[in-house]
Ligand binder design. Structure first.
Ligand SMILES: [Zn+2]
Length: 357
């Protein structure tokens, strides 16, 4: 099986009302995800407006309300101790897991059997660029302790995910920056599809999709950002969301629990670069992040690699337009407003760590 960046280009003709109804042609590019076969689409003329669309700042008045929510915030240091749940002692003896400023405790309204929250910092309000490598590193270490405790108690619980909704447009109901952390007995729908497709790719061609992907992106250079070992970073060919960046393990890590302290540090430095870069070049203030892990205890090194995805979401504004319309929600096909190649060029120019690698 060969890894291919497949695209289909179509032209649309229309008579332009803003130019005396002269005939105009627009180009639509359909891009196929090389692993899942999923399609993303982009109007190549529309993305030329990307700068206008993507750099609209968040509303200052709404941002000031973020500050005002501090006093009533359960996740701020003054309230956290008395207002957040504790784990039962048979799972976590001290009730909560603390590493640096990161604190892991149960989600008060879980949607998973083992669903925790990891508060990233004692700071109530953080922009993407304010989340430091140290915060990421402490948080990932704390999450790993949670995963290990759950797995020790019940070995069937073996699929860990670390997720972030930052700011309300991304799905965050509490403004204080926090990770959503789950350890599950089965993979999510998306992870199951990715694991299955990666296994088929290996069965058909005898090579690892993720290694092939990184090799190809590095050779092409168009969407490659750089390596911050042990992860390589790219803007994917057929994004699931706008301004998407992926980090892929360059060694054999398939699960977050495989990572050593030094490897966690490398992942964290990459994330700091990516989030601060997205804020600089696309004014991103709201975003989603996920770390996709295969299950603990299984050997899937032949065909899978631990990987992260980051996508930007609309900024906080009174009448913002959502970026999940009928195509994304009901057709599971993304309309992209930002070209991966343009994002990669802008990020490379602004992230010295990527630039120098
Ligand atoms: Zn807070």
């Amino acid at each position: 099986m060969t890894l291919r960046f497949e695209k289909v280009t179509k032209r649309v003709t229309l008579m332009d009302p803003f130019d005396a109804f002269k005939q105009k042609v627009q180009t639509i590019e359909y891009r196929r995800d090389p692993l899942l076969g999923r399609w993303s689409r982009v109007n190549m003329d529309r993305v030329k407006r990307t700068k206008t669309l993507e750099t609209s700042r968040a509303d200052p008045e709404l941002l000031s309300r973020v500050e005002e929510s501090r006093d009533a915030c359960y996740f701020c240091p003054d309230n956290l101790e008395n207002s957040t749940p504790r784990f039962p002692p048979d799972l976590v003896e001290k009730g909560r897991i603390r590493v640096g400023e990161a604190v892991v405790f149960p989600n008060l309204f879980p949607f998973g059997e083992n669903h925790a929250i990891c508060v990233l910092s004692s700071e109530h309000s953080l922009n993407p660029a304010d989340i430091t490598a140290q915060m990421w590193s402490d948080a990932v270490s704390a999450c790993i302790r949670f995963f290990e405790a759950v797995h020790r108690r019940d070995p069937d619980q073996r699929y860990p995910t670390i997720n972030l909704n930052l700011m309300p447009p991304s799905g965050a109901s509490i403004l204080h920056p926090h990770l959503q952390v789950l350890m599950e007995s089965r993979p999510s729908t998306m992870l199951e599809a990715v694991l299955g497709a990666s296994e088929r790719y290996f069965a058909e061609g005898g090579s690892n999709f993720w290694r092939d992907l990184m090799e190809k992106e590095r050779d092409l250079g168009e969407r490659y950002l750089g390596d911050v070992p042990p992860f390589g970073w790219i803007c994917p060919w057929a994004p699931i969301g706008n301004n998407e960046v992926m980090g892929i393990s360059l060694d054999t890590a398939t699960c977050v629990t495989d990572l050593s302290d030094a490897q966690i540090r490398g992942l964290s430095e990459g994330l700091e670069q990516v989030l601060s870069g997205l804020q600089r070049v696309r004014a991103a203030q709201s975003l989603n992040f996920i770390l996709f892990s295969a299950g603990t205890g299984g050997d899937v090194r032949e065909y899978f690699r631990l990987h992260a995805r980051v996508v930007s979401r609309p900024n906080l504004a009174k009448y913002y337009v959502g970026d999940r319309g009928f195509m994304e929600v009901l057709q599971l096909e993304t309309v992209i407003h930002s070209l991966p190649e343009a994002l990669a060029t802008d990020l490379r120019a602004t992230c010295p760590r990527f630039f120098s690698s």
